[in-house]
Design a binder for this molecule. Sequence first.
Ligand code: SB7
Ligand code: NI
Length: 186
Amino acid sequence: MITMDRIIREGHPTLRMKAEEMALPLSEEEKETARQMLEFLKNSQNPEIAERYGLRPGIGLAANQIDVPKRMFALHIVDEDSEPVSFVIVNPKIASHSGAKAYLPGGEGCLSVDREVPGFVPRYAKVTIKGFTPDGEPIKRRLKGLPAIAFQHELDHLNGVMFYDHIDPDEPFRNYPDAKPLGENE
Ligand code: SB7
Ligand code: NI
């Protein structure tokens, strides 16, 4: 199973690389990695297991965070309607997005960042996303709320971008005219 010691931290060059497109369907080894990434998120959100293995709770994990520089990530969240958003997506893309933006009022964190970095991270409020399952089946979904924000956080990882790259260094909590704190959209 994946534990915190497998997760690389800021300063590791892989986090700043653009991850490689994957051939579909994935190899058996790649499928196993995908399975373990989703398992990590589930484990990390299970208080008993998280405590036993010292896992920080996570809602997403990109392959390059475990030093696998390939274009896939896992998400495991429930959306505003209590619907699960739980999958591994391969070669993910944003097909279209809202003009409106959203940010988490408490800022973002990252399993690869062992410090608090305060500030607003404006992201698209809604995204239509495309990609593939590990078996090569196409995925197309609309996301909003926390799943939309998390998707963009993970897609950034695959492009070597960290959440704090989006924070205004002079005014971390500045007002973004076209962005609303999460919970105030629609
Ligand atoms: C806050 C946390 C995450 C995404 C968006 C807002 C995920 C944190 C876990 N990760 O480091 C995943 O890359
Ligand atoms: Ni992250």
